[in-house]
Design a protein around this ligand. Structure first.
Ligand code: 13P
Ligand code: ZN
Length: 269
């Protein structure tokens, strides 16, 4: 069977980036079993032949209506699929879906009827929000980074911007490459519409949000950039833990040094 990626190098490049990131997530230990999910808005790569492709699944409900997604197409990791498998076979462990005109349902169109991730309500609500805002962001990544999740088992790190400020202060790169910091969302049932709604509210102020005791959800222009934001945050968490393991509380960069970074690199406040 011919893959939708054949003869479409731009679309194939986006899907291959997802596969590359899926490999990193597995190697980092952030993707146990089927843990984590990735979706990418691929609507810009859709040609008339793709638009004419028939559905290969029944019509499925999203669980919420998302008016800005009419006619959009997404690559989605499959539910229960492993990142380590997706890294090698992205079209067997994920699929491309078309949002239908009611904006509340979708069909799978390629390559095979792999059911999208259980976190689809959160991913699609976020894409709907990004389009409404006119954002250039096209990719969302949910993963289970060990040290960042561990921090959410301590109440003080769940207070607004406490974890962000600590993580920024561990190494200058974290402020530079995750300038909006880490939002915190109190624990909610995985895959629920409540979790989706809380996620979009928090993305007003952050590019990366933490689902308490579960994992992070990151957005950016592409999947690689979204991964990078989580990677720099988790690197800071590792530095913090390394210092604690050496038996001391790390000093952290001073407020003045952080302010200097913000001004020098023209970062958001
Ligand atoms: P899926 O296998 O449905 O993508 O779920 C993994 C996960 O991390 C749920 O939060
Ligand atoms: Zn998860």
């Amino acid at each position: 069977m011919k893959s939708i990626l054949e003869g479409r190098p731009a679309l194939a490049a986006e899907v291959n980036k997802v596969a590359e990131v899926a490999g990193y997530l597995w190697q980092k230990g952030w993707a146990e079993r089927n843990g984590g999910n990735i979706t990418v808005n691929v609507t810009e790569y859709v040609d008339d032949d793709i638009k004419a492709m028939p559905a290969i699944s029944e019509v499925k409900q999203i669980g919420t209506a998302l008016p800005h997604l009419k006619g959009c197409y997404f690559y989605c990791k499959g539910t229960q699929k492993r990142m380590r498998d997706l890294a090698r076979w992205p079209m067997e462990n994920g699929s491309i879906i078309r949002i239908l005109d009611d904006c509340a349902s979708y069909v799978i169109i390629a390559d095979s009827p792999v059911m999208p991730t259980s976190e689809l309500p959160s991913h699609l609500s976020v894409h709907n929000y990004l389009i409404a805002k006119g954002s250039p962001y096209k990719a969302s990544v949910h993963t289970h980074p060990i040290e960042l999740v561990a921090m959410t088992h301590c109440k003080k790190f769940l207070e607004k911007d406490v974890a962000s400020n600590l993580l920024w202060s561990m190494i200058p790169e974290t402020k530079a490459f995750c300038p909006r910091g880490l939002g915190i969302i109190p624990y909610k049932l995985p895959s629920s519409v409540e979790l989706a709604e809380a996620t979009i509210r928090e993305l007003d102020d952050y590019d990366v949000v933490m689902w308490e005791k579960h994992g992070v959800f990151a957005v950016d222009v592409d999947v690689m950039a979204a991964f990078d934001q989580v990677d720099v945050l988790n690197k800071s968490a590792l530095i913090y833990i390394a210092a604690k393991n050496m038996g001391f509380e790390p000093d952290g960069m001073s407020q003045e040094q952080m302010k200097e970074m913000t001004v020098a690199f023209n970062l958001p406040k």
